[in-house]
Each structure stands twice: as C-alpha cells, then as structure tokens.
Design a protein around this ligand. Sequence first.
Ligand code: NDP
Length: 407
Amino acid sequence: MNTVLIIGAGGVGHVVANKCAQMADTFHNIHLASRTVAKCDAIATDVKSRTGRSIITHAIDADDIEATVALINSVKPQLLINVALPYQDLNLMEACLKTGVNYLDTANYEPHDVAKFEYSWQWAYQERFQQAGLYALLGSGFDPGVTNVYTAWALKHCFDEIHTLDIIDVNGGDHGKPFATNFNPEINIREVTAECRHWENGAFIHTPPMSQHQSFTCPDGVGTYEIYRMYHEELESLVKHIPTIRRAQFWMSFSPNYLKHLEVLQNVGMTRIDPVIYNGMEIIPLQFLKAVLPNPGDLGKSTKGQTCIGNIISGVKDGKRKAVYIYNICDHESCFREVGSQAISYTTGVPAAIGAKLILEGKWSGNGVFNMEQNDPDPFMEELNKRGLPWNCIELTPEQAEHFVVF
Ligand code: NDP
C-alpha cells in the first residue's frame, strides 16, 4: 500500500491532492498537512466531491522539524511531497532523513531574509541522502520541472549536443483583477524583482531585472506577448548536467498592467523584505502586501485564456545544426472545471503528482538528491500526455530558433 504525505494546502497543494486522488491505483492513502488545517479540510471536501476519495488532514508547522518527524512517524508515508513554500525545503529534507522517507518538491530553497534562490543548499544534502539510501527529487513542477524533462528528452531523442536553450513561459490568462500574482505573491514578487542571470559561454551573466525583452507569438492561436528575460532556477541545474549548453535563458511574459503595478509597489517600498517598524511592531512590507493581494488559489473562477510554456532548443545531430520547440498549452477554464484551480497551480501540481507516481512505482529511483533532467525523461513525458499536460514537439530551422519564430 502506497502512502503519501502532502505538505502545503495552497493553490498547488489543491491540484496535487486532486491529481493523486484521481490515480487511485498508485496513491492508496493520501494525507495532507499544512499550517492551517481548515485549508486542508476544504481541499479534502473538494477532492471527495470530485473523486469520491477520502484524504486525511493534519495541522503542521513544517518549520518545526521535531513535530514534522512525529507526523511522518504516525502517517508512515513512502514519500513526502513538499508543496509548502521554498523556505520549508531544508527542514522537510531534514525530517525525511530522520524518518527514512523519500522527498519531492517544486521549488528550490530560499532563505527568508535574502531574495536568493540557488541549489547549493539542497545539493549539499547529496551525501546524506545517498548514505540513507533515500531519493530526493528537486523541482518537479512545470518550470522547474517539465522544462527540465523537455530538455532531457530533446537530448535523448533529437540531439547529439545541445548548444542553446530558451525557456519561454507565457501566461495569456486574464483573471479580471487589477493586480494579482498567479502563485504565492511573496515568492512570485521576490522572483521577478531579482537581478537577471543567464548562462553564456561558461558563466552566468548578470543584468538588471527586466532589462531585456522581446515579442513572442505563441503557436495555436494563444497570442502575441512581450516576454522578459529573468533568472530561473532550472538554468543552474541544466547547465551543470548538460555542459554542452553554451547559452541558456529564461523568459516570462508580463502584461503592461502587471509591470505598472509592480513598478509602483517597488518605488513605494512595498516589495521590501527587510523589517520596518509600524505601530511599534516589526512588519515585512512584502509579507503585508501578500496579505492584501488576492489569494492565487481563488483566481480559478475568474481566469480565462491559456498558458503556453515551452523550450526552444538548438544544437547538432549527426553533424548538422538542428532546432526544436517543445511546448504545452493549458487552458485556465478547463483546469478549473477539472480540479477547481487555474492553470498556474495546475501546471505545477500535475508534474508534482507525476513525479510522485514515478517514484512510488519505482520508475524513477536512486540514492541521493536528483534534479529532474537526471532521470529517464520517457516515462514522465508519457504521463504528461495522459494526465492533462499534453505536449507537442516541432522542428524549427536554426534561424527560426534564434529569432523565436515557432510556427
Ligand atoms: P500558496 O501560498 O498558495 O500555498 C503555500 C501553502 O504552504 C499554504 O497552504 C501555507 O499554509 C503552507 N505553508 C507555508 N508555510 C508553512 C509551514 N511553515 N508549515 C506548513 N505549511 C506551510 O503557494 P502555492 O501553492 O502557489 O505554491 C506552492 C509551492 O509551489 C511554492 O513553493 C512555489 O514556489 C511552488 N511553485 C512552483 C512552480 C513550478 O513550476 N515549479 C510554479 C508555481 C509555484 P497557510 O496557508 O496555512 O499559511
């Protein structure tokens, strides 16, 4: 009997719980724990109404390692799925090591007090997971996650060597609110206001946030959007594990309206992460901002449009230059009909559930800490087609790849 413990009852946790419940042959017992048990109970009610399956809920502060160890010991899962926040990654990895449980997350560790995210902290657990005979899968969302698997699949099936990688994340959805973020506002704003880094000729090049942008027309009528170059964590693992990559960049679409609000919020100091004194109390402006912004988990009802996330990859095959575009298009309203969430939570939660499935079925296994591209991409790509995130791979000319022309 397989038992999983999901930590985090936000937008992504909602999708993971529903998707695991849909796959009854693999996920026999599902437990869901978060700081606020009422949020877990609401998800359990939703899952019951959609799938008829029961989820057992718990309250946990995942920053309390001993309490988490006690919870794990009572639930006895084979796998812990961390869809809380990046701040909890290391504590949850510690708890897994203490209890002998495999680990999966969707975002790399980030300390509270510095807006800096990198794999070094989690890669440092490599030896301990190896010695414990445990498997930790890092970044099993869409980006990171599916984008890493797309790259590994392209290397396996399309190229002898990959030379350039451009990951393009377009959200063509409209939630009808003046300003909202599609996932946790604090994490989202820390990410998009960070200095940009991209990989070129063996080093990360630093440029000011949002300083490089261009227009991108998505395939299949999704539309044309302005995409901005920014740093994203999968660049770090992909250039490490695929050392032939000469240039790797990550691009994300932002509407003029989003950028206008973000600029004002930055200018007035609302995105600061250092404490300020207000009425004799210390508050972190960005955390306060999160409290007044719409909850991303509630945006599903009003969001229309599609996401289009994919990789433009170029390199050589049999001595000839070659390029491909691998992508998924996901419709916000279809996601809401299926699981009650918008496409950003959906495109993150489905790959987390697929990663968990492959671990529980023994198709992805090993001792140590693994990024997605270190595993065989084929079973993951097959599951994407079956579980709601079908993909397409089209061949481009190298010139089309260079100019981001994908059809
Ligand atoms: P939400 O803010 O909606 O949910 C986070 C949940 O974690 C909340 O239920 C919160 O509980 C819980 N939580 C926070 N701190 C703790 C704690 N100390 N102990 C226990 N539970 C805690 O975030 P999302 O669902 O939008 O995002 C979840 C994760 O997914 C994030 O790490 C995010 O970075 C990642 N992500 C990854 C993507 C990818 O493609 N790879 C894309 C989008 C998101 P409470 O509400 O009670 O405070």
